[in-house]
Design a protein. Structure first.
Length: 282
């Protein structure tokens, strides 16, 4: 069984990668990602931008090793062509065991992850869940210090650890979900809208947490976000996707200021003018 290489550089690579979904429940098969190629260097921070349906969530979920996670077979991502590699694991050929092993090395935050926290556990146990699922032997004191530091960064009192997810606001649950996704200190971190549902005052707390984590671990990060503050604070390079293809790639400032693609220009203008158009509850 192949083993992930935490020191791999590039940490993630795709070459002419195409992904889709199988025909299911009367619906036709369709292709969501078409001929995508890029590399993410070890320690690099990359943003993936695009309108809804552009293929960005499908691509990042596949590269996180979660292509088969969905309970519904029709929602499982199918490899159509090309190559996709994360930490030297070829995801087009990886067995279930290899993909499971990879998930310990790739932190992944799906959209609206805060809504899926284990309801029966206290917040403290929710945070320890990724660790305790893999080993019973871990330094609880050391882990507690890390959790306390993260709680301080995201401005949540330590008393929150004794509460249950349903006692928290949507924005508070999202902050806990982001913390939880970092608990195994993964060398690769992939997050789909990490500030989703968090009010404007607290979004910078999540940005600060990810900045703290990146400085601490030098992890490679791939972020899907429409939060212009997050993009400007964390990101070096950008991929812009439209209808499953990459239509812009490069340095974030160059992409937004010198883009010669009309779609990229419109996307950049929308990000600047609205920053976030979703009503958040905190």
């Amino acid at each position: 069984m192949a083993h992930p290489n935490p020191q791999a550089d590039p940490a993630i690579s795709a070459s002419d990668l195409s992904l889709g979904y199988p025909a299911h429940g009367g619906g036709a098969a369709f292709q969501a990602v078409e001929g995508v190629s890029f590399e993410l260097a070890r320690g690099g921070v990359l943003a993936v931008l695009g309108e809804s349906g552009s293929g960005k969530s499908t691509m990042t979920k596949f590269l996180a090793g979660r292509a088969k996670d969905a309970g519904d077979k029709g929602a499982r991502i199918k490899h159509v062509g090309g190559a996709g590699t994360t930490l030297d694991i070829d995801l087009t050929r990886a067995s279930r065991g290899t993909r499971n092993k990879l998930t310990a090395y790739v932190g992944y935050l799906s959209q609206n992850e805060g809504a899926t926290l284990t309801a029966e556990l206290t917040v403290g146990d929710v945070l320890l869940e990724p660790v305790s699922e893999r080993t019973r032997k871990f330094d609880r004191d050391a882990m507690g210090e890390v959790i306390a530091e993260m709680m301080d960064i995201v401005a949540l009192p330590l008393s929150t650890l004794q509460q249950f997810p349903h006692e928290l606001s949507k924005g508070q649950r999202q902050r806990i979900a982001v913390m939880r996704s970092l608990m195994l200190e993964p060398p690769v971190y992939i997050a789909d809208e990490p500030t989703l549902g968090v009010d404007a005052n607290n979004r910078p707390r999540i940005v600060e947490l990810l900045r703290w984590y990146h400085k601490r671990t030098n992890s490679a990060m791939m972020l899907i976000s429409h939060d212009i503050g997050m993009l400007e604070a964390l990101v070096e390079d950008v991929l812009v996707m439209q209808q499953g293809r990459i239509v812009g790639a490069g340095d974030i400032n160059a992409i937004f200021r010198q883009a010669d693609h009309e779609y990229v220009q419109r996307l950049a203008q929308a990000l600047r003018s609205t920053a976030y158009d979703e009503i958040a509850t905190e």
